[in-house]
Design a protein around this ligand. Sequence first.
Ligand code: PAF
Length: 274
Amino acid sequence: LRIIRKVSELDLDRSKSIGFVPTMGAFHEGHLELMREAKRENDLCVVSLFVNPTQFGPGEDYGKYPRQESTDFEMARSAGADVMFAPEVSEIYGEKTTTIRVANVTDRWEGEKRPGHFEGVATVVAILFNIVEPTRAYFGLKDFQQCAVIRRIVEDLRYGIELRFVETVREEDGLAMSSRNAYLSPEERKKAPGLYRALQNAAQELRQSTKDASTTEGILARHREELRASGFSVDYFALVDGATLEPLEYAQEGGRMIAAAHLNATRLIDNCQV
Ligand code: PAF
């Protein structure tokens, strides 16, 4: 595994196919799965490790986001990564005057709850794509709306990159793996799988229920209430179209349940197929 800090040192062999895994580090099995998949499908697996300041809002966890570079390097090596691009902030952002804003799919949910977040994600991903020039790029489906945003960037800005969205890796009790799970106290950790359970139960009920808006809203409202009663503070719990992220009135092909909720200071997001 070669560790590279400067764009000028990133002398990738362009005759080879490049599978790119953009990350913010603090690796878990979900990241490693993306790397293994990238390695399976390409000659080279290139990983970026960059805690991107522009996608964190004021008062969010940029300062305390887990940083464990040397452990991450070892984990990436064991997953078969060839190159780790781990730049300083100044290497990525110069004057910081260009921002990419993706319309429509960012209007709601994470976009609404975290103003500026997707501009930060879109801008850094566009910059990293231009630096790495990958054949394929790999993202985890846990950040479902982020996947939709990246799909729009690649289509709208004509990046000739194949996107691979990889299934969420979960703990045994169903909790989606996330670097932020490290923030959970033992008690919160016990409650945390409740979010995915609620998503799955809602998805199943919606599949089996009458197809009308008020029945759907009734099911969603009951699950929001149950989550609140078990200690979550719910940002959103919704049935959406998986491509546009617009709310759906009832379960249909391509539907997705998405949710974000806090357990005290820790914010969890998750989703499941409908
Ligand atoms: O999903 C992430 O870890 C980040 O949002 C990404 C895509 C690496 C951009 O900073």
